[in-house]
Design a protein around this ligand. Sequence first.
Ligand SMILES: *Cc1c(COP(=O)(O)O)cnc(C)c1O
Length: 428
Amino acid sequence: MLYQRSSQLFEAAAHVIPGGVNSPVRAFKAVGGTPIFVKRAKGAYLYDEDGNQLIDYINSWGPMILGHAHQPVIDAITERAKLGTSFGMPTELETQIAELALSMVPNIDKIRFVNSGTEACMSAIRLARGFTNRDKIIKFAGCYHGHSDSFLIQAGSGASTFGSPNSPGVTQGTAKDTLLADYNDIDNVRALFASNPNQIAAVIIEPVAGNMGCIPPMDGFLEQLKHVCQESGALLIFDEVMTGFRLAKGGAQELYKVYSDIVCFGKVIGGGLPVGAFAARNEIMNYLAPVGPVYQAGTLSGNPLAMAAGLAMLQEINGDSDLFARLEAKTAYLQKGIDEVLTQNNVVFTINRVGSMISVHFDASPVTDFKSAKKGDNETFKKFFHGLLNEGIYIAPSAYETWFITDALTYEDLDTTIKAVRKVAASL
Ligand SMILES: *Cc1c(COP(=O)(O)O)cnc(C)c1O
């Protein structure tokens, strides 16, 4: 496939936008080459500026669970736009989407809408700190909670008790309040609680990790985490920005029957427009301004276009009792196909999957945390990525990303994909 126009557009973009992109994951830094510029998308397909058609396995990094330009969502946005696009005053829509979200997700009484997953997680830890009157938080290496300062800390070299800033611009003061644990390692979490008595406000986790490939929680891990938090008076925060309204109507809480104190949303909840949200029981949410002392605000929060898109999306999901079974079946079919083809070609790999989140790792050992995710062979991944791209299959340009399966994919698309994997596998 030719990417001449994409290359030209990227060159022009790089003159006026750092790295030519407005979010680093869009650049092809991990795989080489230049990013593809999209012209339009419909259903399971992207159409780029060079006229190529691609089967899309990123789906805007999660939101387009029903496929691109899903008609009810597009209609809702279009109709709403005619009435004005922002008022900075309440609208009935905000109550409607709040009521629907609360009815779909277990264990939450109130929800506050923001503009991104980053804002949701950032606000959730502020709320947890205000509520518990403690400063420190625990996060897990390899988990992503958006780009606010407190979260830009990762394990780096060894499991240090105090995080060191892993992005310039994050102060030591901020970094020292973020403690790092290894995913699926409850003893590690217990040790952090023991060495920081009465100081930990919250543990934040992706209940199914999706930002180091897809990594499921081991049996009992989320329950144990909940127990440790309860014992110590810390809040448990589930970052369901990726898993919310994707793994089940009620997200990972519904799937694993473990209930967190605060839940963060993003991606699917906005139907493809910029939306995030965080939710909890009344006791916690009433700590927020204007009812309580913890400040949190936004000029465009609850924006009518964004709320209309999100509401239409949630209505579609809520009204389709078969959706999650279909997504599960399609993704399992894809997994089986890829598994067979890679095995036949003697490729060393591991596939992880939970529902419609799936990732292929080029290493033989189980991928259960960030350390094991990093063992994957990046050279093989690069060949895999470009090979598939050449066949018209678009997966995320990084070995640490999950593929997001959309309901718009047909079994014919999945067969096309498996066939492409067969072709590429022979050259890995
Ligand atoms: C994408 C993501 C975020 C950040 O959301 P943005 O809308 O990109 O700010 C936070 N947490 C998780 C788990 C995510 O996948």
